[in-house]
Design a protein around this ligand. Structure first.
Ligand SMILES: [Zn+2]
Length: 174
C-alpha cells in the first residue's frame, strides 16, 4: 500500500518527517508559515482507499496520504480549523497484516479498508468474491454462456468460456 513517505518526496539536503514534508510542499503561499504545536483533541483514523493509506481532515473535506512512521496530521487547506495544532492519526495495530491481506487483491481499486472492518472481514470479502466468481462460472457453464446486454443496441449476446470469465472480471466491484 502506498504510504506518505513514498508519496511526499523528501529533500535529502533538508530531510523532514513525513507530516512536515506535506507542510513544506503544500503550505498556502498567502499564509505566513507557522509550525503546528501540540495536539488538538480531535483525532483522525487511517484508512485505505484504492491502495493508499489516507487520513481525512476532521474539519474539512481534505485528506492526505498517511504514514505509520509519523502519525501527525495537519491540513494545509483549513490549517486544522485554524487551530495551529496537530491532529493525531489513529492507526490499527495490525496495519501490516491489513496491507498484506489487501495486497492479495489484484486490482488497486479493490484495495480498501475502513476502521470498522476487521482483518477477518477483509478475508471473508476476498474469499466470498472468489467463491461467488466460481459459482457464477459454474452456473454459466451449465447454461452454456453469460447473457450480456449491449446498452446501445439493446442486443443480447451469449458469451462463452474465456470471454464470459473476462467479462465477469471486468464487472467486479470493490
Ligand atoms: Zn481541513
Amino acid at each position: 500500500m502506498l504510504r506518505g513517505s513514498q508519496f511526499y518526496s523528501d529533500d535529502p539536503d533538508h530531510p523532514l518527517p513525513v507530516a512536515e514534508r506535506i507542510l513544506r510542499w503544500y503550505w498556502p503561499p498567502t499564509v505566513p508559515f507557522v509550525m503546528p504545536e501540540g495536539f488538538h483533541k480531535a483525532q483522525t483514523y487511517a484508512r485505505v482507499n484504492h491502495g493508499r493509506w489516507v487520513a481525512d481532515c476532521p474539519f474539512c473535506s481534505s485528506a492526505v496520504v498517511a504514514d505509520p512512521e509519523d502519525p501527525r496530521f495537519f491540513c494545509v487547506h483549513c490549517l486544522n480549523n485554524g487551530t495551529g495544532k496537530w491532529v493525531r492519526v489513529v492507526w490499527p495495530e495490525d496495519f501490516a497484516a491489513i496491507e498484506a491481506e489487501l495486497a492479495l487483491r489484484a486490482r488497486t481499486t479493490h484495495r480498501n479498508w475502513d476502521p470498522q472492518e476487521s482483518l477477518a472481514d477483509l478475508r471473508d470479502e476476498r474469499q466470498g468474491r472468489t467463491q461467488l466468481g466460481r459459482d457464477v462460472v459454474a452456473a454459466l457453464e451449465r447454461q452454456g454462456g453469460l447473457p450480456v446486454l449491449d446498452a446501445r443496441s439493446g442486443d443480447v449476446t451469449l458469451l462463452e468460456g474465456r470471454d464470459a470469465r473476462a467479462a465477469l472480471e471486468e464487472g467486479g466491484s470493490r
